[in-house]
Design a binder for this molecule. Sequence first.
Ligand SMILES: [Zn+2]
Length: 302
Amino acid sequence: MTDGIRRLTLPLPVGPGHVHCYLLPGTAGWTLVDTGLALPGIEQALADIDVAHIVVTHFHPDHVGGAAPAADATRATVYQGELDYAQCEQVWGSTDWPARIASWFHRNGVPAAIADDLYAEGDAARPLIRFAADPVRLREGDRIDGWEVVGTPGHADGHICLLRDGILVAGDHLLPDITPAVGLYPDGRPDPLGDYLASLERTIALAPGFALPGHGEPIRDPAARARTLLEHHAERLDGAAAALERAPRTGYEVSLRLFGDDLAPSQRRFAVAESLSHLEHLVFTDRARKRESDEGFSYTEL
Ligand SMILES: [Zn+2]
């Protein structure tokens, strides 16, 4: 890779089948960005590499899951965004999260049987998530061995990228082949899609020469990719608005309109969370109305 950067690709048992971690050369040693899942093999993969810093872009399982074993194998210092680590602890460090998210999905119209499937699935992933306790918390503008921390909220509320000399180590903020998921979740930022659209605009303004994503090949024109993603979300916002009527619709019902009704539970979770992030952004931009009743949340046209 360019500028002496090395790519370390680790397997994922589910799609897209792989995650890229990056090794950035520096004066103190290598900086490892992201860690895959806590699968056997990460220790060996890092055995002969002098890693000084480990940076986690965001707390999703395939990025943070291997942080503790990677830190054990290398004795490196782990860094994670301040908000991202708070959410990481809340989601992966607590025993009540699966039940809370299942009941929250249920209040957004997801039938109980599907919500229970989500619960079981969330629990099954836990052994593969071994985040590093009490990392050094990062904020916008901090520097690690010459790399600047750039806050890119949206795909995760506290997502960060690293930028140096026009190279953006992008995590899941920009992906070449997949549209990064932007979902609404309980106790998260109120308008994650609004955050993401602003992060895409910021990427265009920063105009990096290329981006190194967590999945897929390097992105040669990150600003163009950001513009494509902005267009995609503008269209999907229109689709979400068109799915609303005077009668209230739940996020689940809107997800059936936007994504169809033939999805596995894990895909349904993303479809509902994604539909909700679009519905909330419509509410934030005065294009829809939200109601809360005893049954839960629903949305109507204005
Ligand atoms: Zn992610």
